[in-house]
Design a binder for this molecule. Structure first.
Ligand code: NAD
Length: 460
């Protein structure tokens, strides 16, 4: 089939390349001239494992091309995928749909034959109706249909997620469009992906609800981790114990920093905003947003406590600054809150990320990019493991820091607790801190006394 992807970012590039690898002719369009000229030279603008090889292979096979010429791309294709950004609108919680509406206008100027417009961007329920309205101002309705086909890939695992999705959601009541899309996805369906045809609005809401639910899972286990720290319970045990229940599932149940990235923060805000426009109160998601906002403050307080409130001139090493491993995406990463705050308090910060220098910290005082883990950790008073890159899992931290009393704060619980104990390193994790056993016994005794007291009161 002949496809064009409007927007060649994480979603447009990955899905475009994967569609071409399935044998389709794909044109990736972007208005960013630099991005397109880099791609034409084989330079991949994002860090995503396996992507570079796949781009080169399909570009060479002439199944994949890159352009800034949107009209030519639309005219040459039958299926037009919308993969543009839907960030949060400035000073609001609403989704900024200007990229979607501008692209819809451009599509409307260029439809000369029958086309299916498929929206992969994450949008509030009923946005498809608005896209249809914009296009129908210039094009007869029988010449096009607008379908919702939300994307569920995760950065860092994007190619695998696209190729082996749990489900493919297609929102349309147009039988022909549904048949064509089912055929496009048939190589993935034959490998086990479930194909679900629903209403367009239904598909739009499935995406928002899924992201909000996953964000809820993360915030839930983060709060349980807070309780674990006070009760000498290992949160990893709780995650495993809960996750083995098939109704719950273990994924997205690992405690750590505040969730970030280009999806969960903006999508939770946007679904709450959309719901309020429909006079519906999504109180659970609202409290998830508040809990996540509080998470970075809480972890910053913890850093303060670990350093006994003496942050000024302390050398802090940050390992990993992206919002998750295997991506270079810094959007809404919790490091963007933590590093500037610690820098303001006078800390001297060196950060190392496998994806290199980050311009986001350029204006922060005493924040330096290290080219190696070794350089970042040298002389550190505190090493913060912020992102769960494999690179940080098996290091000899004792050798890396030549400071005698250095401390590790492992925000992802990636280090082996037994090994750390054996090495006698001063270590703090998330939801796995040991508190004084006497303190616990005292707490339990108090609770026991209280329970006995209420028991006696009730039976008197
Ligand atoms: P992105 O910002 O990385 O890429 C969007 C691209 O669209 C940019 O390169 C921009 O230049 C281009 N663009 C904007 N308007 C254009 C136009 N009129 N013509 C041509 N190009 C145009 O965004 P992304 O991370 O790929 O996300 C895209 C959408 O997919 C969002 O709605 C997002 O919520 C959703 N999504 C993202 C992910 C993810 O992991 N990043 C996963 C699932 C869904």
């Amino acid at each position: 089939m002949k496809l064009c992807m409007i927007g060649t970012g994480y979603v447009g590039l990955v899905s475009g390349v994967c569609f071409s690898d399935l044998g389709n002719e794909v044109i990736c369009v972007d208005k960013d001239i630099e991005k397109i000229s880099k791609l034409k030279k084989g330079i991949i603008p994002i860090y995503e494992p396996g992507l570079s090889e796949l781009v080169k292979k399909n570009y060479k096979a002439n199944r994949l091309s890159f352009t800034t010429n949107i009209s030519e791309a639309i005219q040459k294709s039958n299926l037009i995928f919308l993969c543009v950004g839907t960030p949060t609108k400035k000073n609001t919680n609403a989704a900024d749909l200007s990229q979607i509406f501008n692209a819809a206008k451009e599509i409307s100027y260029n439809i000369k034959s029958s086309k299916i417009i498929i929206n992969k961007s994450t949008v509030p329920v009923a946005t498809g109706d608005q896209i249809e309205k914009i296009i129908s101002k210039k094009v007869k309705r029988k010449l096009f249909s607008v379908v919702s086909n939300p994307e569920f890939l995760r950065e860092g695992e994007a190619i695998r997620d696209f190729t082996y999705p749990d489900r493919i959601i297609v929102g349309t009541s147009n039988k022909k469009s549904n048949r064509i899309l089912k055929s496009l996805y048939s190589p993935l369906i034959s490998k086990g992906a479930k194909y679900i045809n629903t209403s367009r609005r239904g598909a739009e809401l499935i995406k928002y609800a899924s992201n909000a639910f996953l964000a809820t899972k993360i915030s839930f286990i983060n709060e349980i981790a807070n309780l674990c720290e006070k009760t000498n319970v290992n949160v990893e045990d709780v995650s495993i114990g809960m996750g083995l229940d098939k109704r719950i599932g273990g994924r997205f149940l690992r405690a750590g920093p505040a969730y970030g990235g280009s999806c969960f923060p903006k999508d939770t805000r946007a679904i709450v905003d959309t719901a309020s426009k429909f006079k519906t109160d999504l109180s659970i998601i609202k409290s998830v947003i508040a809990s996540n906002k509080n998470r970075s403050k809480l972890l910053l307080l913890r850093v303060s406590k670990i350093l006994k409130n003496k942050i000024k001139n302390k050398k802090i090493s940050f390992l990993g600054v992206t919002f998750k491993a295997n991506t270079d995406d810094m959007r809404e990463s919790s490091s963007l809150k933590m590093i500037p705050s610690l820098s303001k308090k006078g800390a001297i910060i060196k950060y190392y990320d496998p994806t290199g220098y980050k311009k986001e910290f350029a204006k922060n005082k005493n924040v330096f990019n290290s080219q190696s883990i070794k350089d970042a950790c040298l002389d550190a008073d505190l090493i913060i493991i912020h992102t769960e890159w494999n690179d940080f899992k098996s290091l000899n931290y004792k050798k890396l820091s030549n400071k005698k009393n250095f401390i590790i704060f492992d925000m992802r619980n990636i280090l082996s607790y037994d090994k750390i104990k054996k090495d006698k390193v001063k270590y703090f994790g998330i939801g796995r801190e040991l508190i004084n056993l006497i303190q616990i016994l005292h707490l339990l005794q108090q609770q026991h006394l209280k329970a006995n007291y209420w028991h006696l009161q009730q039976h008197e």
